[in-house]
Each structure stands twice: as structure tokens, then as C-alpha cells.
Design a protein around this ligand. Structure first.
Ligand SMILES: [Fe+2]
Ligand SMILES: [Fe+2]
Length: 195
């Protein structure tokens, strides 16, 4: 499947808004990949496909997760589609589109929670999801600015925002997001100490 076919399929599959968002994430992830040294084409494709499963009905999403025999943690299972669309999407692009690249798959799998030790590709997709041009929220300008100077600082600001929202809304906090935050702080401290 080439990129044109992939975009055509997504245009058919997704709502207008989500399709626009995926194009924004793809382009932003590709730009960030160039800046921070990840594979530009993989970043574009992962960005394009990151929300592949986002608009599946909640019951269907659960059913797919079962059919695909995904072994998922209790938080992902409890929080439903908000988190579940990421691992299901990663599996579905393999099953339905034949995209088996493990780096792309993992960037999609972790695009909502993050995790400790994220690859640059995973980080650029994670961050692009927040700062693509169609996003409009109070902190987006600061995130875009940070994204130009430090990938880790920008991802940290993004995960902090997510954790804050999760707490405000009384939702379950995914341990991978906490692990990502701690990992980034450790990395940033190390960089600050000259290596
Ligand atoms: Fe998503
Ligand atoms: Fe998204």
C-alpha cells in the first residue's frame, strides 16, 4: 500500500476532523523526525495511522482487542476507548493493512500513554499528536515552542499536561505515563550535568 492509497483509505474510514488531525500529525511527526534524527517516512506513516482505531464503536474496539488476543493491562481495559484505540490500532494496521514495521507499530501502540525509554520515533509521534496545526488549547503555543528546542522538554510538558487532565477528570492514571515522566526528568537532569 503506497501513501496515496493509505490516505484514501483513511479519508474514507475517518471523520473529516479526525482525518484532518491525522494529516497534521503525519506532517508534524515527519518534521520533528527530521529535526531530531528519526526516520522521516516512518514518522509520517505512523502519524497517519496513529488513530486508525479511534472511531471504532467502543464495543467493537473491545471485541477486536479480544479477537486479536492483545494482552492489555487493567488500566487500558478500564479506561476503554481513550487508551484502547492505541494498542488495537497498532494490531489492526498489521492485520488489515499488512504494515508490520515494529517501530511504526510501537509508535502507534504507545501514542497515548507513552512509556519509559521511548525511541525518538515514538516521541515525535507522541508529541505531534499534541502540537499538530489543528490543535488549539491553552498550552499549545508553549509546547510548539519547546518542540523546537528540546524533544525531551516538549514531551515532558505534554505528559505533564496529560497527567494533570487525568487527575482533574478523576480518571485512572496509566503507569506508563508516570514511567515516561520520571524517565524524561532523569534524562534532562543528566543532560544538564553535561552528559
Ligand atoms: Fe489517539
Ligand atoms: Fe491523535
Amino acid at each position: 500500500m503506497n501513501l496515496d492509497q493509505c490516505r484514501a483509505l483513511l479519508k474514507k474510514r475517518l471523520s473529516v476532523d479526525l482525518y484532518r488531525h491525522t494529516l497534521g500529525v503525519a506532517e508534524t511527526a515527519a518534521d520533528l523526525a527530521l529535526t531530531y534524527g528519526a526516520d522521516r517516512d516512518k514518522a509520517y506513516l505512523a502519524g497517519l495511522l496513529h488513530d486508525y482505531a479511534k472511531e471504532l464503536e467502543p464495543a467493537l474496539l473491545q471485541q477486536k482487542a479480544k479477537e486479536l488476543q492483545l494482552s492489555l493491562d487493567p488500566v487500558t481495559l478500564s479506561e476503554g476507548h481513550k487508551l484502547l484505540h492505541a494498542p488495537v490500532g497498532a494490531a489492526l494496521i498489521r492485520e488489515e493493512l499488512g504494515i508490520v514495521d515494529p517501530e511504526i507499530s510501537s509508535a502507534i501502540f504507545y501514542h497515548t500513554t507513552g512509556r519509559a525509554g521511548m525511541s525518538v520515533l515514538e516521541k515525535v509521534v507522541y508529541l505531534a499528536d499534541f502540537i499538530e496545526p489543528n490543535r488549539d488549547f491553552a498550552a499549545v503555543g508553549r509546547l510548539r515552542e519547546l518542540s523546537r528546542s528540546s524533544l525531551d522538554q516538549a514531551v515532558l510538558a505534554a505528559v505533564d499536561l496529560t497527567i494533570t487532565l487525568v487527575l482533574q477528570r478523576g480518571l485512572m492514571l496509566h503507569p506508563d505515563s508516570v514511567a515516561l515522566r520520571n524517565d524524561l526528568i532523569a534524562r534532562i537532569r543528566k543532560q544538564g550535568n553535561g552528559g
